[in-house]
Each structure stands twice: as structure tokens, then as C-alpha cells.
Design a protein around this ligand. Sequence first.
Ligand code: NAD
Ligand code: ZN
Ligand code: ZN
Length: 386
Amino acid sequence: MRALVWRGVHQLAVTQVPDPELRNEQDMIVRVRKSATCGSDLHLLGGHLPFPARGDVLGHEFLGEVVEVGPRVRRHRVGDRVVVCSVVSCGRCWHCGRQEFSLCDNGGAGESGDLTPGGRYGHAHGPGGFAGSHAEYVRVPYADQGAFTVPDGVTDERALFASDAAPTGWMGADLGGVRPGDVVAVWGAGGVGQLAARAAVLLGAERVVVIDRLADRLRMAERHLGVETLDPETQEVAGELRERSGGRGPDVCIEAAGAAPPGGGPRRRRDRLGHLLRPEPDRPVAAHEAVRHCRKGGSVFLLGTYAGAVDGFPLGAVVDKGLTLRGAQQHGRRYIPMLLERMARGELVTEHLATHTMPLDEAPRGYDTFTNRRDGCVRAVFEPGR
Ligand SMILES: NC(=O)c1ccc[n+]([C@@H]2O[C@H](COP(=O)([O-])OP(=O)(O)OC[C@H]3O[C@@H](n4cnc5c(N)ncnc54)[C@H](O)[C@@H]3O)[C@@H](O)[C@H]2O)c1
Ligand SMILES: [Zn+2]
Ligand SMILES: [Zn+2]
């Protein structure tokens, strides 16, 4: 089959790879209809996360059609249209029992002990070793747990984001503790930040403010999500946030920006050469700001991807301000059925995120557009069947 593979730092190619096969009784094979780029991929492309290896298939946000099921798959049949959670979980271990699906003991089985989170597609040399979805076919392990039948009436374009961006954003608002009447600030207006903001609205927040330097993304958030925005290039974030929250600061601050600023320019070139010699510590600018601007006694939830060590983080402020600081990889299974219902009712609209849709063969161009934030790109979506 054809697939998008990593060939080296910022080097991608669509090439021929072996077809996936059923390996376990709970596996199924899905023919991919749509597979999207995600901010997490930027860390992989640049070689910042546990290093991908030459030939690894990328991609983890996807939707498709079941073409083969293992003997112990109960909930799916050949022909079903399914969206698949980007994080792999078994549904039966201690953590899955607590709905902490991204901490599954078996999703990332066999890797480096207690710190290992569950597995994820497209991180073939990360936990679990699962090939990615920028391909014609994907093997879906624990298929009854990870795949969800898309209700009739929900388009592929909308349901696709129930795989990753929507459950991640929802988790940030939910576990960040958004309550009716709250003022919520979200750093990052990518797919994840936009859907965190929408989740906060649906959970009853009175005001939701999305912060980003990309003006086209802010306009998109205003138009499609009914939220307010702040652009640090032209507005003073500290004063504005205080002003919009009765002088106290936001009750809940959600960071959906990640560490080093992705995209072109000299900084990326330095990273590109620098990581070969010595990995740089993460630069969690947005997380830092969230801690700084959150109200006393408020809650900060980190969704961004961090490779590891962080220096200069304002831990003193976390303690002095009595903040609750949390983070997680998305616990998809906990939210996806509810998100699909909301999509069916029209409460949760996501298709505007798919700004650039193209055949899989053009995926390297799609990543270039996405990585460099060209032409208003929020997510590039690849269609292997086109
Ligand atoms: N926790 C999870 O399970 C999970 C799942 C998906 C993505 N992620 C992570 O969430 C983050 C967002 O994902 P995405 O797909 O929306 O990424 P994206 O790269 O499309 O968007 C990130 C946005 O953050 C903005 N940004 C960067 N620094 C900022 C700052 N200091 N202040 C305000 N905005 C800033 C960028 O301009 C960009 O618009 C990434 O770090 C990604 O790795 C985590
Ligand atoms: Zn992702
Ligand atoms: Zn589990």
C-alpha cells in the first residue's frame, strides 16, 4: 500500500510499504478515508519527540471503513464507517477501569515501565509501536475499544476530528474543571485549542478567550465557535484578561500550544541542527503565561506536547497562587461517544478545521503548508482514496 513515511528531520515521502495484517484476535483493519495533520506531528517531524526512525508511517487522527475484523471483535463489522481514537487503550486494565485511557498499561505495552503512557498511532518507535494513519490501511488493535461507529448524518469531515482534536480539547475543559459562569482562557488556536474553547462554551463558561498570534486562526475561532480572542501582537494579554474576568484573572487556563514555536525562521533552523548535537530543553512559553495570568486558586490544564525537561518554569507561582496544575494525553474513549452525539445534534462543528484537503500522494506538500502555517492552514487532511 501507499503511505507517508518519515525519512529524516523535516523529510517526508509517500512510498510503498507492506499492507498491515491482523496480529491479534481483537485487531481489525481499516481502510483510511481521511487522515489529518496534528500539532504533535511537528515535534516528530523536527525530531524533538522520541525519535522516529526512517520509514515510520506518520499520522494518528483518522476515519475510515472496516475491511477486516479479528475473531474477537464484537462491535464492528466489515463495511462500518468508524472514527478511531488516536490513543490506543485496552479497556480492561487498572487505568482503563478508572477512565484514564491514555495511561493504559497495555496500549503501550512492553516499553519503558511506569512512565510510559498508552500507545499512539504514528509513533512506531514510541509506546506500542503502532504504524500511522497517513496510509491506505491501518491495523487497529483493541478494535472494540478504540473504534467508534460514526452515526448516520455526521459527515466524514466532521467526525474525523472526534479522533484526536475534539476529545483532547474536551478533556482540557473537563479535567481543567470548567464550570458554568467561568471565564476560560485558551492558549493556541489550532485544532486542539479551538475545540477546547468550544468545549468550555458547551460546559457553560460565561466568557471564553482564545489567545494566538495567528490572526487568521483567531478570526476562524470567532466565526465558528462564538468565542472572544486576544492577539499578543496587538493587545496586552495581562491587562485584557484581567479586564475580562472582573480583575481576578481567568478561572481556568487551558494551554493548547505546546513547547517550541513550530514553523519556519531561524529558530527552526537552530533546532534542526541543535537537536543532533544536544536536545534543547522545552520552551513552554504558553504554559508559563497560563500560570502567570490564571486567577488565584484557579486551574491550569496543559495539553501541549513536551519532550521532557523544562527550565525556568514558574513553580513558585503555582504554589503561591494556590493553582491546580494538571496535564494529560487525551483519554479519548471517555469522550468520543458523547462527542459524536453532539456532532450529530449540530452542537459541535469541526469541519472548518480541515482547511486543506488533498490526495495522500500530496501529503509532503500538505505538511509543508501546515508546518509553515501557510495559506491559513489549520489542519491538512489526506485522502488515500482520491
Ligand atoms: N494531550 C494530547 O493528547 C494532545 C493531543 C493532540 C495534540 N496535542 C498537543 O496540543 C498542542 C496543540 O495541538 P494543535 O494540533 O492545535 O497544534 P497547532 O500547532 O496546529 O496549533 C498550536 C497553536 O498554538 C499557537 N501558539 C504557540 N505558542 C503560543 C503562545 N505562546 N501563546 C499563544 N498561542 C501560541 C500557535 O500559533 C498555533 O496556532 C500541540 O502541542 C500538540 O502536540 C496534545
Ligand atoms: Zn494529535
Ligand atoms: Zn488499559
